[in-house]
Design a protein around this ligand. Structure first.
Ligand code: FES
Length: 100
């Protein structure tokens, strides 16, 4: 397990998302009511950049065709077999780390 520091947790307050990067791979980081999640910033439909979409009520909404993904499960609303690629998140000393 290799933890990589992404950003201070304060940079992604509840109800927001932002893009980050790990080893050249773009990630989307979102904060759902105080719980921070991180996913590969690539929609499983046609690779849309999720961080350019919207984050509403715990759902990441792809900017290209509006597919919605629950950030708690990472699943597409209409087919739970279609999932985002999740990175395990931990918070240490106020910073967000992901398991690379
Ligand atoms: S690429 Fe994301 S919904 Fe189509």
């Amino acid at each position: 397990m290799a933890l990589v520091k992404l950003m201070p947790a304060a940079e992604v307050p509840p109800g927001t998302m932002r893009q980050a990067e790990i080893g050249g791979t773009p990630l989307v980081v979102c904060n759902d009511a105080g719980t921070i999640h991180a996913f590969k910033d690539e929609c499983p439909h046609r690779n849309g950049p999720l961080s350019n979409g919207n984050f509403v009520d715990g759902r990441l909404i792809c900017p290209w065709h509006a597919w919605e993904f629950c950030c708690d499960t990472g699943c597409y609303d209409y087919n739970p077999h279609i999932q985002l690629t999740r990175y395990a998140v931990s918070i240490e000393n106020g910073d967000v780390y992901v398991d690379a």
